[in-house]
Design a binder for this molecule. Structure first.
Ligand code: UD1
Length: 448
């Protein structure tokens, strides 16, 4: 039986405990939305602020759950974290009372492990929990630990905790990674800024958020530089100073809204949009028949071709930057579900990051998992409303995209995963004309 209650498309500024998204889809989105600051940059910048006792000020920080968790984690160890106004944070790490990052912080967010490098380098010791984070793949931290050992740290693992010490000071060294790791690179780089001597990190991740971190460290007085595309060199300093920094725009949020415009057959303009950092993704969209035009700081997406079945299948493969971001694989899959023909998807960075496709299939998509790294999507298949459950951040945002494109009403459980990384996602979609609301779990009758 149909739910007789009328919809009220209300915007709730704060997350509701155990909430769901309720979305009535099938409406082309149109309008302008501003891209927020990058989650993956902001978290590392906050961690890097512990390299100095002086005050650091950050603007354009996204108001998201992961930033709140990082701020709380820092406060718990005695760091002063002020939040003077929306999107502004200040960090003063003069007194760090506890060189201990507990399981509570680590279980909520893998990026808490970013405190290993800076605390170890500045204070010579830290005890830090093995992190949890998204349920995507095994995601070990061996590369971080090996990098610290290369810099002279002694690290033991006992009962879920890493006990790390740097007798004397960390020492500059060659840090060789067997594969490219974003946070591994960043942790090594932060540690090396206060090490004794010269460090070469190779292969270093090339993600724009790593370069945002480099720019901040340079303002702190660190001797750090990307000397080749895949090489970062660091000349260690005895101390660093406080600095101010504006967080770079979030290219993953931008990509999510680009797909929203495309799959709803709408027209969306993004401002503060980092088009230069989205080349591989723009190629995928363009090749699939989405009209994308990039300005200096704006991106316009016109998805109206899709309304006449004009999108075409594309094979995609994720890779470290400048390749197609694994965080944009789920949004890209939603688009491919509306494209004519069969697309092959190769998720090369993480195992298990394709499992969410079974939820997408519940909304009518034809998606087949071939193995943990490969899938096939055949389209176009009309999407319909359903009850689905979010398993991780990026898959969650993509189920919202699918629901916006679908006919009928969808109920999406596990909204908290999305608030980890998207600022005001429902408010932004409402501004584009979407019918989306957040409601406490258990307050709606769902139908699939
Ligand atoms: C970061 C991003 C995440 C993004 C990912 C890849 C943040 C907070 N998160 O995660 O959004 O999806 O980059 O672009 O910035 N690996 C190991 N051992 C390690 C570390 C990683 O085997 O110690 C493996 C991973 O399982 C994965 C690969 O290396 O298969 C790359 O992961 P990595 O680049 O390290 O991802 P994160 O930095 O954790």
């Amino acid at each position: 039986m149909a739910d007789a209650r009328p919809f009220h498309w209300e915007f709730h500024p704060e997350p509701i405990a155990r909430e769901i998204f309720r979305i009535e889809g099938g409406k082309p989105l149109s309008g302008t939305v501003r891209v927020s600051g990058s989650k993956n940059a902001a978290l590392k910048l906050l961690a890097a602020a512990t390299l100095t006792g002086e005050r650091c000020r950050f603007s354009n920080v996204p108001e998201i759950e992961d930033v709140r968790v990082m701020a709380e984690t820092l406060r718990d160890i005695g760091v002063v974290v002020d939040h003077p106004s929306e999107n502004n944070y200040e960090v003063a790490s003069g007194d760090v009372e506890w060189l201990f990052v507990p399981l509570e912080a680590a279980a909520k967010m893998r990026a808490s492990f970013m405190l290993l490098g800076p605390l170890l380098a500045r204070f010579g010791r830290v005890i830090i929990s093995n992190p949890g984070g998204d349920r995507i793949g095994r995601r070990p931290v061996n590369l971080h630990v090996d990098a610290m050992r290369s810099l002279g740290a002694e690290i033991e693992y006992r009962n879920g905790y890493y006990f790390a010490r740097a007798p004397g000071r960390l020492r500059g060294a060659e840090v060789r990674f067997p594969i490219v790791s974003v946070m591994g690179t960043e942790n090594a780089m932060l540690a090396a800024t206060l090490a004794d001597g010269h460090t070469v990190i190779r292969p270093a991740a090339r993600e724009p958020e790593v370069d945002d971190l480099i720019a901040f460290l340079q303002n702190m007085g660190a001797g750090v530089e990307r000397t080749y595309p895949d090489t970062i060199e660091v000349e260690g300093r005895k101390r660093l100073r406080g600095a101010d920094h504006r967080v770079v725009s979030d290219r993953i949020e931008a990509g999510t809204f680009m797909v929203a415009g495309a799959v709803t057959g709408g027209r969306v303009t993004l401002t503060d949009a980092p088009c230069d950092y989205l080349s591989a993704f723009v190629d995928v969209l363009g090749g699939a028949g989405v009209d994308v035009s990039c300005g200096q700081t704006t991106i316009e997406v016109d998805g109206r071709a899709g309304l006449e079945g004009g999108f075409m299948a594309r094979n995609i493969e994720t890779a470290p930057y400048p390749g197609l971001a694994t965080d944009l694989q789920p949004p890209a899959c939603v688009l491919l579900s509306q494209a004519a023909g069969t697309s092959r998807v190769h998720e090369a960075v993480f195992e298990d990051r394709l499992e969410w496709l079974t939820e997408l299939a519940r909304m009518g998509a034809e998606a087949r998992l071939l193995d943990e790294h490969h899938a096939e999507i055949t389209g176009p298949r009309p999407l319909h409303g359903a009850e689905v459950e979010i398993g991780d951040l990026r898959a969650g945002a993509s189920l919202i995209l699918a629901a916006l494109a679908a006919r009928g009403t969808s109920t999406i459980l596990g909204a908290h995963h999305v608030h980890r990384g998207y600022e005001n996602i429902d408010g932004k979609f409402l501004e584009l004309g979407a019918r989306i609301e957040r409601v406490a779990e258990g307050t709606v009758t769902t139908k699939s």
